[in-house]
Design a binder for this molecule. Structure first.
Ligand code: HEC
Ligand code: HEC
Length: 375
């Protein structure tokens, strides 16, 4: 009996060690550092306030119905709550609307990581055919006929007239303020020494995350994302098989992204990173998303196929799905029901205890005719 116990103890120590050894190979989860701010776009209170108005302003979209906030609603985790995002009227989008919470910390944005700064991301959103679908010069001209914007742009950027280039910089500056409040994130409070911040179940979940469940291999560092790309075998969205409007967007995206005709004709699923690199080994790979604030940002994955975090954990428990370039890092986990509960409790501790909400800003008034030029 004693011998058995001893073997058990050694085994247990071994297990714990494996967990620790695994975690040691990766940057640990940790509180987020201050938001990185690019030197050529410093944040000022006036710029942030202007960016917030622009994020909300429907006039920055083709038909005045698709401002940024229409697909990134604070009350829906700064996404739109759908599996696939709503699209520009008459179209369907093809991917899940990502949260913009903490997007300031990524150096690769979008599910396929195709742009590298918020300044470059904003035009892709406001002008993209299935998103804002606005024409740059038309939107710019609209801003020039709204006196409050003319004054604000002059004050913030020092140019005589609003330019879309500056509008996107203001929107980026605003998004750098949409970040988790560490004082409300149980994990962050724990990391900063608050011994009561995590309950026992969450602590066991943290050990699983760093050990047996292996989440730390990809969801690591302060953002809980290594910003690398993996194919984890997320199932295709059923709509791509039977919804013609989704198929239209899907084919159009293939076409836009310069995929060869053979691949385009067989378009059946979202190839992710491949669109940028055209390397067959990248088919089906997507950027690792942060696990911060996921409590509020369902449904999950690039196509929103999982409605709940329970479903996500069940998916990982069987080792993910079959993929074109399926990562070797995922193996069946064989978690016991109690372990799943603990892991979910820990994931919950990576989100704020109440959602981050920003109130609607007061938008500038109507367009005004410009006075005749002074002779
Ligand atoms: C039609 C809905 C829609 C509109 C309008 C829209 N977005 Fe998005 N947004 C999305 C979707 C969907 C994605 C993911 C797209 C992808 O990966 O291909 C996304 C991704 C993003 C991301 C990347 C987040 C990350 O984790 O990489 C940012 C930042 C963002 N949007 C900001 C904006 C801004 C700023 C605007 C306004 C200029 C805007 N969005 C307008 C739907 C929308
Ligand atoms: C091999 C790297 C890897 C490992 C290990 C991994 N993930 Fe992921 N995770 C990803 C990628 C990549 C995505 C996005 C996949 C997609 O959309 O196709 C993702 C998505 C998610 C999402 C959805 C987030 C969102 O915003 O939609 C959750 C939740 C998640 N993972 C939790 C976990 C948990 C819990 C574990 C451990 C059991 C884990 N992951 C292990 C790479 C990984």
């Amino acid at each position: 009996m004693r011998k058995q116990l001893a073997i058990y103890a050694v085994g247990l120590a071994g297990l714990l060690l494996t967990g620790t050894a695994l975690a040691q190979k990766f940057p640990p989860l940790a509180p987020l550092p201050p938001v990185p701010i690019p030197k050529d776009n410093p944040n000022t209170p006036a710029k942030i306030a202007l960016g917030k108005q622009l994020f909300w302003d429907n006039r920055l979209s083709g038909d005045n119905s698709m401002p940024c906030v229409s697909c990134h609603l604070p009350a829906l985790g700064w996404g739109d709550g759908g599996e696939i995002s709503r699209g520009y009227p008459g179209t369907k989008h093809w991917r899940n609307s990502q949260t913009i919470l903490n997007s300031a910390y990524y150096n690769k944005l979008f599910w396929e990581g195709s742009v590298t700064s918020l300044e470059a991301q904003a035009p892709a959103a406001a002008e993209g055919g299935v998103a804002g679908n606005g024409d740059t010069s038309v939107m710019e001209m609209r801003l020039r006929f709204i006196p409050e914007y003319v004054a604000a742009f002059r004050q913030v950027f020092g140019n005589e007239w609003p330019r879309m280039f500056d509008a996107y910089r203001a929107i980026a500056a605003y998004q750098r303020t949409v970040v988790s409040d560490a004082s409300k994130v149980p994990f962050d409070r724990h990391a900063k020494g608050d011994k009561k911040a995590l309950n026992d179940s969450q602590k066991r979940g943290m050990a699983l995350f760093n050990g047996k469940a292996g989440c730390i291999q990809c969801h690591n560092g302060p953002l809980a994302s290594d910003q690398r790309f993996y194919d984890i075998g997320v199932p295709d969205h059923p709509g791509f098989k039977d919804d013609p409007l989704l198929q239209v967007t899907h084919r159009w995206q293939y076409y836009q992204k310069g995929v060869s005709e053979g691949v385009y004709r067989d378009a059946a699923n979202d190839l992710g990173l491949y669109f940028g690199t055209k390397n067959p080994k990248d088919k089906g790979k997507f950027r690792v998303p942060s696990l911060r604030e996921v409590k509020y940002t369902g449904p999950y994955m690039h196509n929103g196929v999982f409605a709940t975090l329970d479903q996500v954990v069940d998916f990982y428990d069987v080792g993910g799905g079959p993929g074109m370039n399926k990562t070797k890092l995922l193996k069946p986990l064989k978690l016991k029901p109690a372990e799943k509960k603990d892991l979910l409790a820990f994931i919950d501790a990576l989100s704020m205890t109440e959602p981050l909400i920003h109130d609607d800003p007061k938008l500038p008034g109507d367009y005004q005719p410009l006075p005749p030029p002074v002779k």
